[in-house]
Design a protein around this ligand. Structure first.
Ligand SMILES: Cc1cc2nc3c(=O)[nH]c(=O)nc-3n(C[C@H](O)[C@H](O)[C@H](O)COP(=O)(O)OP(=O)(O)OC[C@H]3O[C@@H](n4cnc5c(N)ncnc54)[C@H](O)[C@@H]3O)c2cc1C
Length: 503
C-alpha cells in the first residue's frame, strides 16, 4: 500500500497549476502543508497494523489490501467501517478528514455508470472499473469536483448567460472530449492526485452538454486550481500541539478547453442521469457525515468540558445539561449512519449503498445544530477565545509573570496547562477553521433545503396517511408490511467480511 512519503513525493512533483493570492505555487507551498498533513494521516492510519481492516479493506477489483477510502463498499459492514474510520480520523485532525468526498464520488460513478449502461448500452462501467483498478493499484487519492459555480441560481445550465457557469462539453472527438467551465469550493483539490468531476444537479434535454463526468490528474493541462488555504494560528510554532498542524484548502477549478481522454470519460450527454448521479454522490456524502459530524461534536464536547473545568464550573447543573446536548447530537447522527448502513441496499453495480432516508435525517439534524454546538462551547468557555493575548506575550518579560497569573482560573490547573486550554478554545471556537467548520456544517453535501427536498420526495407519507385513515375509522384495514417488514442486512456478505478480516 502507498505510504505517506510516496504520497508526498508524488504531490510535490506535480506541475505548479495551483494559484494562491495571484501567484502560481508548487504543492510544497507552506500554506498547503496543513492540508497535506491531513492526507498524510490517512495514509499513516492505513499503514498502522492497529487499524488494519478499519483503515484498509480488500479491493473487490484486485483482491489486494487497499485504503478504505478507495474501496467500493460491498456490504453494510463496509459502510459501518467507513463511518467509524471517519469519526476516528476526524478526532485526530480536528474535524474534516477530506477523503470522503472522493470516496463518495467513486461510489456514485460505480453505481451510475452501470445504470447508464443498462439503459443505453454504453460501456461506461467497464471504463470506470478499469480506471478504479489503476486507482487501487496506485493507492490514489481523488477529490470530488461536483459543485459548479452555477451563475444565476434560478436558471438551468443551458439558460445561463455564461455557459462556463457549469462545466460542459465543448467538443466531442473520437479519442475523448474537450470541456470548459468552473467548479468551486472543491476541498483538497490542490493536493489530490485526481480530480473526479460529476454534474451537480438534475438536467433537462437542453442541458445535454452539461451531463458530463470524468476524472483527470490534478495537474492536467488546461486546469488551474485557484486555492484558498485555511489553517490555525501558531501552526509554525514548534510548541504547538499536533492538532495545529492540520488545515484545509478549497479551490475554484478553471477548466479552459481541457482535453479528457476517452478512457477517463464516464458520462457524456446522458442528461437523464444528471439527477441520479448528483444524488448518489450527495446521499453517500450525507452518510459520510454520520462519521465526521459526531467526530466534530466529540471535539466540541471535549473542549467545552475542559473549558468548564478550567473555569471551575464543571459541576454547575446548566453546564452538565449543556454537555448532554453534544452527546445527543453526536450519537443520534452516528445512529442514523448505522441505520443507513444496515438498511442500505445492493445496487446493480454490486456497490452497497446507504439507506437515503436515514442518511438525510442524520445529515439534516447535524446541519441545523452546528451553530448551536459552537454557541454552547462559547457560552461555557466565556469570551477569552477571541481576547486571549498572542502566545509571544506570555513569553516576554516583564509581562510573563502577570500573564501566567492572569491565565489561571481553576487553582488545580497549572498556568501552562491553563494557557494550553485557552489556546485550544481559541483554535476550536474562534479561528478561521471555526468559520470553515460552521459553514461546511451547513452547506457541505448540499444546503439544508436539499435534505428537506430529498425527504419530501422519498419518505413514505402515503403509508402514514393510510395509517391516519385507519385510526380515524375511515379504512377498515391497514397494511404497512412494505414499510416495517424490511429486514436490516446482516447477510452472509457481512459475516464473511468479518471472518476474512479476523484471519
Ligand atoms: C467548506 C466547504 C467545502 C466544500 N467542499 C466541496 C467539495 O469538496 N466538492 C464539491 O463538489 N462541493 C463542495 N462544497 C460545496 C457544497 O456542496 C455547496 O456549498 C452546496 O451544495 C451549496 O451550494 P452553494 O454554496 O453554491 O450555495 P447555493 O446553491 O448558492 O445556495 C444558497 C441558497 O440558495 C438556495 N438555492 C440555490 N439554488 C436554488 C434554486 N434553484 N431554487 C431555490 N433556491 C435555491 C439554496 O437552497 C441555499 O439556501 C463545499 C462547501 C463548503 C462550504
Amino acid at each position: 500500500m502507498r505510504t505517506k512519503e510516496q504520497y508526498r513525493e508524488k504531490i510535490f512533483s506535480m506541475k505548479p497549476n495551483v494559484c494562491i493570492g495571484g501567484k502560481m505555487v508548487r504543492r510544497d507551498d507552506p500554506r498547503l502543508i496543513p492540508g497535506v498533513n491531513v492526507l498524510e494521516l490517512t495514509y499513516e492510519l492505513a499503514q498502522d497494523p492497529k487499524w488494519k481492516g478499519l483503515a484498509t479493506a480488500i479491493s473487490s477489483i484486485t483482491g489486494e489490501e487497499i485504503s478504505r477510502w478507495a474501496h467500493l463498499p460491498q456490504n453494510p459492514y463496509d459502510l459501518l467501517q467507513k463511518q467509524k474510520l471517519i469519526r476516528l480520523a476526524a478526532r485526530r485532525v480536528g474535524g474534516c478528514i477530506q477523503r470522503c468526498m472522493g470516496h463518495d464520488a467513486i461510489n456514485a460513478l460505480a453505481i451510475c455508470t452501470k445504470e447508464i449502461d443498462m439503459a443505453k448500452g454504453t460501456d461506461y462501467h467497464k471504463r470506470f472499473m478499469d480506471y478504479m483498478k489503476i486507482y487501487h493499484q496506485n493507492g490514489l487519492d481523488g477529490c470530488c469536483a461536483q459543485t459548479d459555480s452555477k451563475g444565476d441560481r434560478m436558471k438551468r445550465p443551458s439558460q445561463q448567460a455564461d455557459p462556463d457557469a457549469y462545466v460542459h462539453i465543448v467538443e466531442e472527438r473520437k479519442d475523448g472530449i474537450v470541456v470548459s467551465g468552473f467548479k468551486m469550493s472543491i476541498t483538497q483539490a490542490a493536493y489530490a492526485d485526481e480530480i473526479i468531476v460529476l454534474p451537480t444537479r438534475a438536467l433537462m434535454e437542453d442541458d445535454r452538454d452539461f451531463a458530463v463526468a470524468f476524472a483527470l490528474p490534478g495537474d492536467w493541462e488546461g486546469m488551474t486550481l485557484v486555492t484558498r488555504p485555511v489553517w490555525l494560528r501558531g501552526k509554525d510554532d514548534p510548541d504547538c500541539p499536533p492538532f495545529c498542524r492540520y488545515g484545509v484548502s478549497d479551490s475554484v477549478i478553471v477548466f479552459d478547453k481541457v482535453f479528457v481522454p476517452r478512457e477517463r470519460v464516464f458520462m457524456c450527454g446522458e442528461w437523464e442521469f444528471g439527477r441520479r448521479v448528483a444524488l448518489l454522490f450527495a446521499d453517500s456524502h450525507r452518510h459520510s457525515y454520520s462519521g465526521c459530524k459526531p467526530g466534530l461534536s466529540d471535539i466540541l464536547c471535549g473542549v467545552a468540558a475542559l473549558a468548564a473545568e478550567a473555569n471551575g464550573i464543571q459541576k454547575v447543573p446548566h453546564v452538565r445539561e449543556k454537555l448532554t446536548e453534544f452527546a445527543g447530537t453526536a450519537e443520534l447522527a452516528y445512529a442514523a449512519g448505522v441505520a443507513a448502513a444496515v438498511f442500505g441496499e445492493k445496487t446493480a453495480s454490486g456497490v452497497f449503498f446507504p439507506n437515503t432516508i436515514y442518511a438525510n435525517v442524520g445529515r439534516r439534524m447535524t446541519g441545523e445544530l452546528i451553530y448551536h454546538e459552537y454557541n454552547t462551547l462559547t457560552e461555557i468557555a466565556g469570551g477569552i477565545g477571541v481576547t486571549l493575548p498572542y502566545g509571544e506575550d506570555f513569553e516576554c518579560d516583564p509581562l510573563k509573570n502577570p500573564l501566567m497569573r492572569f491565565i489561571v482560573r481553576n487553582p488545580n490547573i497549572s498556568p501552562e496547562d491553563s494557557l494550553k486550554i485557552w489556546k485550544l478554545v481559541e483554535n476550536v471556537g474562534a479561528s478561521p477553521m471555526t468559520s470553515w467548520y460552521e459553514i461546511a456544517g451547513v452547506h457541505g453535501g448540499g444546503s439544508p433545503i436539499m435534505e428537506t427536498i430529498a425527504l419530501g420526495i422519498e419518505y413514505d407519507y402515503e403509508t402514514r396517511k393510510r395509517l391516519a385513515r385507519y385510526l380515524a375509522g375511515i379504512d377498515k384495514e391497514f397494511n404497512d408490511a412494505k414499510d416495517l417488514e424490511r429486514e436490516p442486512t446482516f447477510g452472509d456478505g457481512l459475516v464473511n467480511e468479518r471472518l476474512e478480516l479476523n484471519k
